[in-house]
Design a protein around this ligand. Structure first.
Ligand SMILES: O=C(O)[C@H](O)CO
Length: 327
């Protein structure tokens, strides 16, 4: 896609806001657009409203509400710089005939790398080990015993691009890999030798590690709760790199407190960050990371490029790469 000569105006989050883009990506965006930061827009909407043709979001601001759409009469696209689209009101956008794009493919390897990293970190109790070796107030401990990964069984919940990437990596660790998905995927299954389960509840009792990698939808909302934790082995390690509401967080706390399962790793929580007194922050068998699966420099740069490309295409009135088909 050619860069636009007369750069159109696009609204996006403020660089300092949660989920906004690190300053290093701003020049990438400015190659394509005249950027209006959300905070500036908020202060003087009339100045910008008629000129804004695209909105770039990333889970946080700008919230694309009916009110925002009413304010921007020349808006052509809402482009999210993310895989997930759960923060967008797709019904609203469809009713306004708005183009929508996401970036489902660019960061898959990076997120799959992160999924395996978290699995290894939990299995080998990495945070505790680092603390023991580097925090002089903590006893140096030669006996932090982890869980063997080689030969163990991994259950992947959701065999999309990221889930499949995790399967490929797990095979390198000589793990047995099972998966649950609402759609069976024989080609992927055969390519790396996966075992399919049509029922989540039937898959869970077999797994040493379970990782959720599903999009957040009405069907996946709360799919991991008390009943599912009870079906897991008491030695199971549960990892969520999808979206927090896929898990009943309070029921996960209960399962960890009752030792229904051994440990959990959460790259996503509700809310983010958790308040200081939240029990998950104070459990030795929990690892929490700040929603950073897609955070390699390369991946984020690619995501920003791709999102800008889609946005520019819609403004030019040509086919939009990675358009989200609104049903
Ligand atoms: O959906 C994604 O791409 C990541 O979770 C970042 O929002």
């Amino acid at each position: 896609m050619a860069l636009l000569e007369d750069k159109p105006m696009v609204l996006t989050s403020h660089v300092d806001e949660l989920h906004a883009y690190p300053q290093i990506f701003v020049p990438v965006m400015e190659n394509y657009f005249r950027i209006v930061w959300w905070a500036d827009f908020e202060q003087d909407k009339e100045r910008y409203a008629n000129q804004i043709q695209g909105v770039l979001v990333n889970g946080g601001l700008p919230r694309v509400t009916a009110e925002l759409l009413d304010t921007l009469p020349n808006l052509k696209i809402v482009s999210t710089l993310s895989v997930g689209i759960d923060h967008l009101d797709l019904q609203l956008l469809k009713s306004r005939d708005m183009k929508v794009s996401s970036v489902p493919d660019v960061s898959s390897d990076c997120v799959a790398d992160w999924g395996m990293t978290l699995l290894v970190a939990a299995a080998r109790r990495l945070p505790e080990a680092i603390k023991s070796a580097t925090d002089t107030t903590t006893p140096f401990n030669y006996n932090i015993l982890g869980k063997k990964i080689t030969g163990s069984t991994l259950g992947i919940v959701g065999l999309g691009r990221i889930g499949y990437g995790i399967a490929e990596r797990a095979l390198g660790f000589k793990m047995k890999v099972l998966y649950f998905d609402i759609i069976r995927q024989p080609e992927r299954e055969a390519a790396v030798g996966l075992e399919f389960y049509s029922s989540l509840d039937e898959l869970l009792p077999h797994c040493d590690f379970i990782i959720t990698v599903v999009p957040l939808t009405l069907q996946t909302h709360g799919m991991m709760g008390r009943e599912q934790f009870k079906l897991m082995k008491p030695s199971a390690i549960f990892i969520n790199i999808a979206r927090a509401p896929v898990v009943h967080q309070d029921q996960l706390v209960e399962a960890l407190q009752n030792k229904t399962i051994q440990a959990a790793v959460l790259d996503v929580t509700s809310p983010e960050p958790l308040p200081p007194h939240h029990p998950l922050l104070h459990m030795p068998n929990v690892i929490i990371t700040p929603h950073m699966g897609a955070n390699s420099l390369e991946s984020r740069r690619g995501v920003v490029e791709a999102g800008c490309e889609s946005c520019a295409a819609a403004i030019q009135g040509v086919a939009v790469p990675r358009e989200v088909v609104l049903k």
